[in-house]
Write a protein that binds this ligand. Structure first.
Ligand code: F0G
Length: 350
């Protein structure tokens, strides 16, 4: 099948009119990869929704294609967002595709290298502030309220709509919703989108069940878990280094309605899960994404999952986005003379 992109594929479930351009970089249709080794070890059926294989390497493409298509439909010529990196990469790419100007505001020094490279090469105006994501979001909200520029953060309702598409894909592949949907939580738009998507698919008779939504924040950036704004969020998972999420209430509602929860995982647990995923399953996800697996491992240790349950972990972004964090965790490459024996001694070594 020639995959048409999410706007065409799921148009009956999305806010598309005859005037909406069916913009596409062939986003969506990302693989649902069975974690063969981990499933066996844990006694549950664990799947990874590998959103890192979207065109700009994260789930943000799903919401951005929808938001940009609507911006074009409404005659906008400029878009803007605050970002920890992935939203800015997606905004910049779809703006380039549609001939819009794009400005992105990012927290200086706290965005992964790959994401910065993307926003720059796609031709966005990249503005780094001496502040965090929450500061950046306040600034772009205010600017876009007063100027003819479309805000493409997840406060833009079309972003969340586009992101519902991943829930449809999961149901299409599994034949129904999973028992559990494990997902990292930052600005809290994605957990909101998945829950809406699962409910909408069920209402349309396309799936029978609803999953329990289990969300995970990084401990140092866990306002929802602590039930209070975190003024200075800190985590190695820079994508979710957010202290005052825009979709806070909706995320809590998704967790409550689905009889799930939102809990915290530590940076150590996130990094351990990232390494485990790569070294045991051959799947490389960025640290924020590994929060979903970290949470599942923690819950499993506490005996939370019934044997044989189906658990989908959303891996929101590609590991290649943040090479520095990956490299820092492992030993340096071996350095030896250009000599066969020297190389072989390493190959055979312990
Ligand atoms: N995982 C990754 C890789 C992300 O980039 C984000 C958010 C999340 C998880 C959390 O999703 O915000 O919907 O709860 N990144 C935003 C950005 C904030 O600017 O790229 P959420």
């Amino acid at each position: 099948m020639n995959w048409p992109g999410i706007l065409e594929k799921y148009q009956e479930f999305l806010p598309i009119t005859d005037k909406t351009p069916l913009v596409s970089l062939k986003e969506g249709n990302t693989p649902l990869i069975k974690g063969q080794n981990l499933s066996e070890e844990l006694g549950i059926n664990i799947y990874f929704k590998y959103e890192g294989l979207n065109p700009t390497g994260s789930f943000k493409d799903r919401g951005m294609v929808m938001a940009v298509a609507k911006a074009v439909e409404e005659g906008s010529t400029a878009i803007m967002c605050a970002s920890t990196g992935n939203t800015s990469a997606a905004a910049a790419a779809y703006a380039a595709r549609c001939g819009l100007t794009c400005s992105v505001v990012i927290p200086e020094g706290n965005i992964a290298l790959g994401k910065l490279a993307q926003a720059l090469i796609y031709g966005a105006k990249v503005i780094a502030i001496k502040g965090n994501f929450d500061d950046a979001l306040n600034i772009v909200r205010s600017i876009t309220e007063k100027n003819p520029i479309t805000l493409v953060n997840s406060l833009n309702p079309y972003r969340i709509e586009g992101q519902t598409s991943s829930a449809y894909e999961i149901c299409d592949v599994l034949g129904d919703a999973p028992d559990y949907l494990a997902i990292p939580v930052g600005n809290a738009g994605n957990i909101t989108a998945y829950w809406r998507g699962f409910k909408r698919y069920q209402d349309a008779g396309r799936s029978k069940n609803l999953p329990q939504m289990i969300g995970f924040q990084a401990e140092g950036a866990s306002p929802i878990v602590q039930d209070k704004i975190v003024e200075n969020p800190e985590t190695i998972a820079t994508a979710i280094r957010i202290g005052n999420p825009a979709s806070w209430e909706k995320a809590v509602q998704a967790a409550d309605e689905s009889k799930g929860f939102i809990k915290a995982v530590t940076d150590e647990e996130i990094l351990a899960a990232q390494r485990l995923l790569a070294s045991r399953e051959g799947v490389f996800a960025e640290p924020a994404s590994a929060a979903s697996l970290a949470g599942v491992l923690k819950q499993h240790q506490e005996g939370f999952f019934e044997k044989g349950s189906t658990v989908v972990c959303v891996l929101t972004g590609n590991g290649l986005k943040d090479p520095n964090t990956a490299i820092k965790q492992v030993s340096e490459p071996y350095s030896v003379p250009a000599d066969e024996d020297a190389v072989l001694s390493i190959v055979n070594g312990k």
